[in-house]
Design a protein around this ligand. Structure first.
Ligand code: WT7
Length: 651
């Protein structure tokens, strides 16, 4: 392997390779087999899942626009909840399944596999008793409490399809997601608690339900005991529901291609898309990647700091670890409360072996200096992970040297809501690391680069381009709920026959992959994915706003910040309070994650003569790199640009 000055390489330590399930040779061999004889490879790999009726057919996939379908293990049946719980009971009934660390550092709980079984069965029966049936969509809008995991697994147990909506989304955003999948049931809590601040979840649900107008039942967990409005004809107390229900609920046999969940995510256009994952392939992918990527060994304590409202929480807090009989830590609070050493304190308290978090959190903690980290031993840690956005080498080095004391490999896992689990990632016993690189594809994954002309770039040697995946993998999303045509157009039309990721990437001389970020109009703000179109439509929904354009710009902590160009109605000149008002407005329309960082009021936006906003120019100005704006000759009114530059907000 070559080594240039800017490309530091961290080889796999010999002891690690020896102890790991997969070393470099085994990885190379498995990868080759996964591409050369995929049927055989997946037939074997799928045995990690307990099938009720074993599948005979491995895959049936066409990425052809006219007949697009993706099926894996299609004639098999299984139940995801039984795979996460029941099958571990003989051996692991008293092992901890979930360790819950509350927002308050003195509050925690341990839930064994036997207890998890009872909790999930009772809720599953409770859901049936309020009318939930196989195939029904159930919206889960919860804080990070074990009941969120119970709710997901209870749905899976009876064949209901869950749609978890992140608790930071606004009532309107929640209503939109309820309406889109025609969900008649919502599971929520009275309030969430983060950094001691209450989040009014039930009140938000009340508003969303009023807007949606289709919800029959709202099941509410009592978390804080805060005051809530109660509609006795609709609202159901979680505690009473599960108490009255039987602790025995046989898992529903599901077809491998029956939907397991919907998860909404932002795209470059239109409203959020309901990404649909099915049961068999997703479970194989979640279990396989959790085991190999984290080199998981029985008895280890594994902590992913994500929220269950995102796909990372689905695959790597709930389904992956529980399918493998692991102990998964669920954290209700925030990394910096009550002090900047909270994460490290939790690592020591629960003797965490694997920590999986996001670059934005690492950067925020790095800012606090080494002191808070060094206050705690962290000697239990053996592996670190990162996900959500490219990690800058500075943050990588701090994570590696300070948090991991130079002894824990970092798995930088590249994937998406759509992919179900990690696609490009190191395996800790097999892959030498380069800070900032997601390294190599996992089994069955065949990435490639496309050039500006839409041609596939040769598969060896250094190159940059748009990242595509050339063949299906079991964890792939199957469709956009209710809009198969949009699924085909979004992912399979840019490069016919290939899955387009929306990301740009570079492949280096060693064949390592470096993800450079989105190439579409999707922002990645603190690891949260937001469509510029969504923020723009929130802005123009304000009575004072005539027109808006939103772009990203580099932000030290968040990765990307949200930069909004706004033209007010009637050419009105903006006052100071307009900025505050619009920031509040977007928060209220979408949620705090979408709060604009910078708002620039402009008398006009740069447009082509056909009226198309020239985002390329807006991006450059937001990046404070207006020296080279490229070709502006197609602008309808070139003078607009001078005003934008003069009044730019990022300097
Ligand atoms: C987008 C997907 C994967 C779960 C969390 C985010 C970016 C994700 C990495 C990484 C560079 C990354 C990509 C991707 N991304 N992981 N390790 N290195 N970029 O899921 O909300 O669906 O976002 O996150 O741009 O397309 P998501």
């Amino acid at each position: 392997m070559s080594q240039s000055a800017q490309n530091a390489i961290y080889p796999v330590a010999a002891e690690r390779a020896a102890a790991a399930g997969i070393d470099a040779d085994r990885r190379a061999d498995m990868y080759r087999r996964s591409l050369d004889t995929p049927d055989e490879f997946w037939r074997e790999e799928a045995q990690r899942i307990d099938w009720i009726v074993p599948f005979t057919e491995v895959s049936d996939v066409s990425w052809n626009k006219d007949d697009l379908h993706i099926r894996w293990f299609a004639d098999g049946t299984l139940n995801a909840s039984a795979n996460c719980i029941d099958r571990h009971l003989p051996a692991r009934a008293d092992d901890p399944a979930i360790i819950w660390e509350g927002d308050d550092p003195t509050v925690d709980a341990t839930i064994t596999y036997a207890q998890l079984h009872e909790k999930v069965c009772r809720l599953a029966n409770g859901l049936k008793s309020v009318g939930v049936k196989k195939g029904d969509r159930v919206t889960i809008y919860m804080p990070m409490v074990p009941e969120a995991a119970y709710a997901m697994l209870a749905c899976a147990r009876i064949g209901a399809v869950h749609s978890v909506v992140f608790g930071g989304f606004s009532p309107d955003a929640l209503a939109g997601r309820i309406i889109d999948c025609e969900s008649r049931f919502v599971i929520t809590a009275d309030e969430g608690l983060r950094g001691s601040r209450p989040i009014p979840l039930k009140a938000n649900v009340d508003k969303a339900v009023a807007t949606a107008g289709i919800v029959d039942k709202v099941i509410m967990v009592k978390r804080t005991g805060g005051a809530v409005d109660w509609d006795a004809s609709r609202d159901v107390a979680y505690e009473a529901l599960v108490q009255a229900a039987s602790p025995d609920c046989p898992p529903e046999p599901m077809n491998a291609e029956d939907p397991l969940f919907i998860l909404y995510t932002s795209g470059s256009t239109g409203k959020p898309k309901g990404v649909l994952h099915t049961t068999g392939g997703y479970m194989v992918w979640a279990s396989m990647t959790h085991e190999y990527v984290f080199d998981y060994k029985p008895g280890e304590i594994y902590w992913c700091t994500a929220d269950v409202g995102w796909v990372t929480g689905h695959t790597y807090i709930v389904y992956g670890p529980l399918a493998n009989g692991a102990t998964t830590l669920m954290f209700e609070g925030v990394p910096t409360w009550p002090g900047p050493d909270r994460l490290w304190q939790v690592v020591d308290k629960h003797q965490v072996n694997t920590l999986y978090t996001a670059p934005t959190a690492i950067r925020a903690l790095m800012r606090e200096g080494d002191g808070p980290v060094k206050k705690h031993s962290r000697s239990s840690l053996r592996l670190l992970g990162t996900v959500g956005e490219p990690i800058n080498p500075e943050a990588w080095n701090w994570y590696y040297n300070v948090v991991g004391d130079g002894r824990c490999p970092i798995v930088d896992t590249w994937w998406q809501t759509e992919t179900g689990g990690a696609l490009i990632t190191p395996l800790p016993g097999a892959t030498a690391l380069k800070p900032g690189s997601a390294t190599l594809p996992i089994f069955g994954v065949e990435p490639a680069l496309m050039d500006a002309e839409g041609q596939r770039i040769a598969d060896s040697g250094p190159a940059s381009g748009n990242l595509v995946i050339c063949r299906s993998w079991p964890g792939q999303m199957r469709t956009i709920y209710g809009d198969h045509q949009r699924f085909i157009e979004t992912y399979f039309s840019t490069y016919p026959g290939l899955y387009f990721t929306g990301d740009g990437a570079r492949r280096d001389e060693d064949g390592y992959w470096w993800i450079t970020g989105r190439v579409d109009d999707v922002l990645n703000v603190s690891g949260h994915r937001l469509g510029t179109a969504e923020i723009e439509s929130a802005l123009v929904a304000h009575k004072d706003v005539a027109e808006a354009a939103v772009v990203g710009y580099p932000h030290d902590l968040k990765g990307q910040g949200i930069y909004c160009y706004v033209t007010l109605m009637g050419g009105r000149v903006a006052a100071d309070e307009d900025v505050d008002q619009l920031r509040k407005w977007v928060r209220q329309e979408i949620g705090p994650v979408a709060t604009p960082d910078l708002i620039q009021f402009a008398p006009a936006l740069p447009k082509t003569r056909s009226g198309k906003i020239m985002r390329r120019i807006l991006r450059k100005i937001a990046e404070n790199e207006f020296g080279n704006l490229g070709d502006t000759s197609t602008l309808a009114d070139p003078g607009v640009v001078d005003d934008l530059i003069e009044n730019r907000k990022n300097r």
